[in-house]
Design a protein around this ligand. Sequence first.
Ligand SMILES: [Zn+2]
Ligand SMILES: [Zn+2]
Length: 1021
Amino acid sequence: MNVNGVESQEQACEAFVAWLDRRVVAAGRGDGLARLEVAPSGTFWLGRIACEDEVRKGAADERLERLDPCAIGIRLRPAVAPSWSMTVTVRARAWVKDPKDGSHPEQRWWRSDLVEEVVSVLVDAGGGSFGGKQLTDAFAAVGAPGLAAEVRVEVEDWHREAELVVQLVNTSPEKAPGLTDSHLYETQLEVAGLTTTPFQLEALPDSFRYDRDVPAYGINVGVDVPEPGVFRTTDTVDVQTCRPAYWNSTSTPPDLSFLALACDPLPELTALVDALAAYDEAHWSQGALDDRQTAERWTASMRAEADKSAQDVFDELDRLRTGVELLRTRPTILRAFQLMNKAIARSAEGRGYATWRPFQVGFLLSAIRFLAEPDDEARFVDTVWFATGGGKTETYLGLLLTAAFHDRLTGKLMGVTAWSRFPLRLLSLQQTQRFADALAGAEMVRREENVGGTPFSLGFLVGQAGTPNKIVPKAEKDGDITPDSPGLPDKYQVLLQCPFCRADNLTMHFNRERWKLEHRCTSTTCPTKGQALPMYVVDQEIFRFLPTVVVGTLDKAASIGMQQAMRGLVGPPQKLCPVPWHGFTYAERSAAPNGCLVPSCQGGKVLKDLPMDPKRYGPSLRLQDELHLLRDSLGAVDSHYESLLDHLQHELCGTRVKIVASSATLTGYDRQIDVLYQREGRVFPQPGPRAGESFWTTSTTQPLRRFVAVAPRGVTLEHVSDRTLDALQRCVRELVNNPASVCAEAGVDPRHVPTLISLYGTDVVYGTTLYDVEAAGRSLGSNNTVDGINVEQLTGQTDFDEVRAILDRLEKPEDDFAERIHVVAASSMLSHGVDVDRLNTMVMLGLPLTTAEFIQTTARVGRRHPGLVYVLHKIGRERDAQTFRHFAQYVRQGDRFVDAIPITRRSRRVLDLTIAGIVAARTLMLREPASRQRLSTPAKLRDHVRASGLTSAMEAAAVAAVLNLEGPEDSVHREQITEWIRAWFAELVDPTSKAKFIGDLGPRSPMMSLRDVEASAPIHD
Ligand SMILES: [Zn+2]
Ligand SMILES: [Zn+2]
């Protein structure tokens, strides 16, 4: 309750989350129960310890011991020399089984009273055991004769300083007369009276930014320090994070609302940059660093790191200053920036926000120079580092619309401004919707402000599992899609609502006359007046109309080696079809005799010339979302295709595209950018002077997420996941059925009940493998104490329309709680752009492979309201066990744990896969248009090659140049390319070759998808 005695919704949520957690932990430990019908050792997963004999016998295996440990303990570093004295308090209970003819034949197990013993310990360097008889007697006294335990102190001195390991060990015999269960339950150990010094977190290097002190380590448990000098074990490790604020300066925040920046941006932007300058001076000047170095006793290497960071910070400040200066002196850039703000204001109407976060504007200012000096700025890849907080998509969109308007204002009246790629197979529909909304806003502004050119539009270019490559009049082979294919046209509805009027009454049509698959809005007040939305979801329509922005999945880049009409994404198409709505044309093919992609086009041979300078068709921007996922073989393959795209655009337009990315990690970032794009990396924002704090972001006291690390003992992870979800569902059903008593227990004002039911009534269970997700979904149905849990799955396998329906139900839940979705079983698909404010509880099945995935996935819950995340560790795995040990640091300093990204462009295995695409793309995109004839068959290409004098050595040299494999260290790669192309040439000139198409030539065909390699397989130079 706050000072006025009125509880805010935020406070109610916080109290409710704490209550939920108490209940889940109680369910794991067995608190509050009196009797049980089933064996407690098969039920509880927290607080229990097995008997030493049994664990020893099982196997002398550290892994097994972690799965059902026989001890809990605390590792401490004493501040003084031996001997050491301390008091150790032990708490535990027993479960005992009555004989068959006992008082409760249905529930034969009963829980003993609490054993609570204070054991005095005085120990020297040899260690020792304490309190054995005292504890054995205490168990006998509560009715559990035969149970035995002791406090064991071991002294380890193989580190520089001595460490004490104080443990409670279950020394009960495995079997003894009258002993029905040799486990101890609800155990706790508390150490007091010993002076200690903290450990230094060894998993992380020295850094001036982070505090590395750890007061004590738990063994199979967490450790709390309830008061100085007292160390107490905890069954779970709880870490509360707090919501960030986005202004960390003493000066008045400038007005960064979209409308203010649309009208008169310069005063506000100047104020922003001045505030940043003042902050940088206060925290990063030599004087400021000198003071910290003295006060915090930095080493020379920490100071050197700080000096380097200071340099980067002042460079960033310079870039922002340059950005403001450009807006002041270049009217076209200023106008593009203003129009963008107007468009974003339009698209954000009714969404509850009308202003930028300062870091978003900071990024725009830092990157905007590429409009003025495109060649120079193309040398850098600018990356939004979004560990600092949400809003990266909007940041992208700001840049993208600025570029789109700038293109129009400088004579690029059509064609693609930006190609934005996401690394997943299935691009999130919500993400796509945000792009569509922004472009619709821009289109309305374009019309109002009389900015020339074709309407702003959006293309959706994803792998074939998503939307069709093309629609044909008649199915001739498997997989052909016709206007009458099952599910068409509704199946390919991509937008969730109308981007112009927000109505969710979109309908799909196949327009036969225009040969277009159309989204239409049926709202009578919609500015589109029932016309098709400027949205293209079929690949060939994207090539025909070249929408302003193309969003899609990265794997589609492979099409550049197979599909000549992909040329529109790197350069000019060939011509324009004279038939209205047929659009741009490409090379002539048997199915497209005049180059028009509309089946049976009657436009004839006389096509119209391109209405714009061909060199301006190349896009201005290529965006890469979630850059950190481009690793291993996917990263290696993409690095070759990125080079190919650059090469084609350079040959066709003479320009180099600007690349902008977002990433969750900064570790190894420079190298990753160099490998992928052959450019220099630049990150925004630079990390601040202290962990979790910079000019752009600082922490508040409002709860964000409560992370609870669980190391399950003695039972399977699936059991724990089922039981945790079961407990969460039981709690929220109690709130539905018995609001008054739950509110009293949880300390919540009853007026918040409906909100709490909505915000905490749907749990997410997250698995890193599809197998885990499906198993979790299935077992919940059969393994719970609560009836009627509705489970839905969200994975890469979930069909489009199903995803849409699930998102819709999550956004707008049914009135009756019983009909709602109660559990969403999700895979990594969830972590990419599913933004539902109602998702606030999550159970994670094991740690994800990468820290980046952990950060991103958990960010899906608690977006607006306090979240609760159970991280069930697969404790038998070494990595999970390590992370459990320093879970608090893992959560708070997660970005430091992000591992360097394994990536290379010099993998010979990958080269073997990519050469074919490079050769084919060069033929389709460059050679064929230049030759002014069809080169789609080996015979025609052979003639052309002969006539033009091309040799295999020339082509090999060209391919090596595309991939920048021209150094002395690349000789084996060049050799490999030469061999490959020699084989390709041999087949080309061989009249007996069976190759029907040029893609059939050579040792292998071009890749169909960048995913053709196993994405997780490691790749080496
Ligand atoms: Zn509409
Ligand atoms: Zn046509």
